[in-house]
Design a protein around this ligand. Structure first.
Ligand code: PMP
Length: 392
């Protein structure tokens, strides 16, 4: 195993080794964590609506735990298909306005399972270069040709669609909000291309579900193009504050996935308490409009504060605000300095982001007060000057 030591040392030399660090939530204080004994404003989690500690969700999970036990015991096709699953999937389909929906263990398994069920050898998947790793892994697993187009570059996508005209099935897949940049996919344009080329279109609403749309349905609903999407997925681990994922679409799609999506077939059903937590979160997501509005307003304000300070924050207008640093070591040092001043925000480095674009990814939550965010923006600016990230 010496090769491992050597390769890990090489990663550490390039400031690219990843390490686990303990971060504990603080009961009754959503939006803050404790790390190394210090209380920090948490600008690193994806608990966008601040629901992870919501009392109604916790109570629903507690009740289900007492009534139904800890684990589901088997996959859903065996004996793990408890009644709450069916109710949740009906509620999800009605929320999404689709014929059917399917719960998955998490977003990673939804993406790998769905993509590998939809395409195989002789098919082609057209995927934005900045799509999430679970999409990339799903494509690899499927054995279909992987046609990666430059980020949001429709001409490049068109070129690749032309090149793969002969593919048996074609699938265009995209994040709606890109996880490390916080910008949006060009969804109406993708709909036009999928129609022109006879492709399927799959969207990943991991970072937009719960946040956009009048009932938090996601960005496709907000844009009014939800009926043009063939395969819709999202997670319950971010804005919903719980865990798990969903796929929604036609009845035929869901029947197909029940028969062909291997992570669904060969893995144990989510514990009943998690299903109960998701069901409760789904009700809150649909009704807590104030959280959504606060979050989006905070995102705009925080982003413009950092942009006005002179940081390079990219193009998005979502609650994900990246500050591009470039150098891996400097990004790590900036993250450590932020922690020293009471802010938790992670340095994101290659291979998660392209070489030379290491960054601090700030993600906001409706749990954060306006004052706390304004204070944070001021601290970040001072540190930027101190560390030479910002020119004076
Ligand atoms: N898709 C995207 C765009 C994501 O950012 C993530 C999570 N980081 C996932 C899928 C995976 O979701 P989960 O955490 O539920 O596995």
């Amino acid at each position: 195993m010496e090769w491992m030591e050597q390769e890990l040392a090489a990663l550490a030399d390039k400031a690219l080794e990843r390490q686990l660090r303990d971060s504990a939530p603080i009961a009754g204080r959503p939006g803050f964590i404790i790390r190394d004994g210090q209380e920090l404003l948490d600008l690193s989690s994806n608990d966008y609506l601040g629901l992870a500690q919501h009392p109604a969700i916790i109570e629903a999970m507690r009740t289900a735990l007492a009534a139904d036990g800890a684990g589901s015991g088997a996959s859903r096709l065996v004996t793990g298909n408890r009644p709450p699953y069916r109710k949740l999937e009906q509620a999800l389909a009605s929320w999404q306005g689709t014929d059917a929906a399917l719960v998955a263990a998490n977003g990673y398994m939804a993406n790998t399972g769905v993509i590998s069920a939809l395409v195989g050898r002789g098919d082609a998947v057209f995927s934005d270069r900045l799509n999430h790793a679970s999409i990339v892994d799903g494509i690899t697993l499927s054995r279909a040709d992987h046609a990666r187009y430059r980020h949001n570059d429709l001409e490049h996508l068109r070129h690749l669609l032309d090149k793969h005209r002969g593919a048996r099935r074609k699938l265009i897949v995209t994040d709606t909000i890109f996880s490390m940049d916080g910008d949006q996919a060009l969804l109406p344009e993708l709909v036009a291309l999928k129609e022109q080329y006879g492709a399927m279109l799959m969207v990943d609403e991991a970072h937009s579900g719960g946040i956009y749309g009048t009932r938090g349905e996601g960005l496709c609903h907000a844009l009014g193009i939800q009926n043009d999407i063939d395969v819709h997925m999202g997670t319950f681990s971010k804005a919903f504050g719980v865990y798990g994922a969903y796929v929604s679409g036609s009845r035929t799609l869901i029947r197909w996935l029940i028969n062909k999506a291997r992570p669904f077939i060969y893995s144990t059903a989510l514990p009943p308490a998690v299903v109960a937590g998701i069901s409760q979160a789904l009700q809150l997501v649909q009704t807590e409009h104030g959280r959504r509005q606060r979050l989006l307003a905070a995102g705009l304000k925080f982003r413009s504060a950092l942009q006005d300070a002179g940081f390079q924050v990219g193009e998005g207008n979502s609650p994900i605000v990246p500050v591009i640093i470039g150098d891996n070591g400097l990004a790590l040092a900036f993250s450590a300095a932020l922690q020293a001043s009471g802010i938790a925000a992670v340095a994101i480095r290659p291979p998660t982001v392209p070489e030379g674009t290491a960054r601090i990814r700030f993600s906001l939550s409706a749990a954060h007060s306006d004052d706390a965010l304004q204070d944070a923006a001021r601290h970040i600016r001072s540190l930027g000057i101190e560390m030479g990230v910002l020119k004076q």
